[in-house]
Structure formats: structure tokens, C-alpha cells
Design a protein around this ligand. Structure first.
Ligand code: 5GP
Length: 193
């Protein structure tokens, strides 16, 4: 918002310039270029049977928006919201479904669209949960995978980027619900509780 005070100082402070926003881990240009590649692969792989894209809220909302437009097929889109028990930065692997899917998965080709895989426990739980609904197939497209953190064997068909094991924000990913609307993925430079 432009107020008389910040206008005098040259306009509102940009989000990217805040103290908590650290170095760029994946730039906006790299994100967009990779999403085009992922979209092309998904378009080719699912040409005969357009998938149901299942986004995991809230972190995947921006990735889902861009990825769904990069897929040149008549996809369906649904969302679920999960919250994992644990500290702010570490999941325990115990997941609560906060919002379930609206659509029936039976005989659908389901592609889970996930923001980030850290320990992998959340995704592993979700895969088991969704498989119980008898989809025709179930695959995962994860934008980010943290190097060397996975505590469970995961089969990730599509991965955007492997990143260092540090806490990141932006492009949908938050810290205490903030910084989701950064255009790039940044290291978080504030203090984590
Ligand atoms: P996992 O179960 O794989 O350890 O954790 C997955 C979930 O934890 C993600 O869907 C995301 O919500 C959260 N998460 C893991 N690492 C990060 C991170 O670096 N930044 C943010 N903002 N969330 C993360």
C-alpha cells in the first residue's frame, strides 16, 4: 500500500527486502522454466488419460496454479488440506486431514501436486490415504525435495528441484502463514522457534 509516509521514502518496502528473506534458492525464472518442462512431460505421459491434479494446501497453491496451466490437457483439479503434528519446522509424520477432496478418486489417474518433501512422512501418509480410495494410478509431482532428509522410501515421478536441507519460504511456502507470495524460493533468514 502506498501511504504518504512510504511514498516520501520511495514507495512501500518490497517483501524481498525484509530481514527474514534470505538468499534466493530457486529464482523465479528457474521456477517458471522448470514448470514448463514438467508440464510438457505430464502432457506427454497422460495424453491418453488426463489426470486429476490433487494439490496439497496451502503450500502447493501457487505451484498448482502454474503447473496446471503448463499441462495442455483437460485436467481436473481438486485440493486437500493437511496439517502435520510436530514443531513449526519438523513434522512428526502424524497427519490430520483438515480438508478432504471433493472428488471421487475411483478409477481416476491421480497426480498429487506437492510443494516440498522434507522427511517425506507427510507424503507417505497421503499416498496411503489416497491409495485406499482405489485410483487407477497415483503419482507425485513435488516441486522441491530436500537433499538427504527422507526418512521413508518414496516414489516421486516428477521432481522440480533438489535443494539443500534448510528452511525455505516463498512461492507458496510460509513461515507462520507469512511470505507465501514471494515470487522465488528463498532461504529463511529469521529465527525459527
Ligand atoms: P515432511 O513430512 O516431508 O517432513 O514435510 C512436508 C511438509 O512440511 C511440507 O508439505 C511443508 O508444509 C512443510 N515443510 C517442510 N520443509 C519446509 C520448508 O523448508 N519450508 C516451509 N515453509 N515448509 C516446509
Amino acid at each position: 500500500m502506498i501511504t504518504p509516509e512510504n511514498e516520501a521514502a520511495g514507495g512501500p518496502e518490497r517483501l524481498e527486502d525484509g530481514d527474514e528473506v534470505g538468499r534466493v534458492i530457486v529464482s523465479e525464472a528457474d521456477l517458471q522454466a522448470r514448470i514448463v518442462e514438467l508440464g510438457d512431460r505430464i502432457t506427454a505421459d497422460y495424453a491418453e488419460s488426463p489426470p486429476l491434479l490433487v494439490g496439497v494446501l496451502k503450500g502447493a497453491f501457487m505451484f498448482m496454479s502454474d503447473l496446471s496451466r503448463a499441462v495442455a490437457l483437460p485436467v481436473d483439479v481438486d485440493f486437500m488440506a493437511v496439517s502435520s503434528y510436530g514443531s513449526a519446522t519438523r513434522t512428526s509424520g502424524v497427519v490430520r486431514i483438515v480438508k478432504d477432496l471433493d472428488m471421487d478418486l475411483a478409477d481416476r489417474h491421480v497426480l498429487v501436486v506437492e510443494d516440498i518433501v522434507d522427511s517425506g512422512l507427510t507424503l507417505s501418509y497421503l499416498q496411503r490415504y489416497l491409495l485406499a480410495r482405489s485410483p487407477a494410478s497415483l503419482e507425485v509431482c513435488a516441486l522441491l525435495v530436500k537433499e538427504g532428509q527422507q526418512r521413508t522410501e518414496l516414489d516421486l515421478r516428477y521432481v522440480g528441484f533438489h535443494i539443500p536441507a534448510e528452511f525455505v519460504v516463498g512461492y507458496g511456502l510460509d513461515v507462520d502463514e507469512r511470505l507465501r507470495n514471494l515470487k522465488a524460493i528463498h532461504a529463511y533468514a529469521g529465527s525459527l522457534s
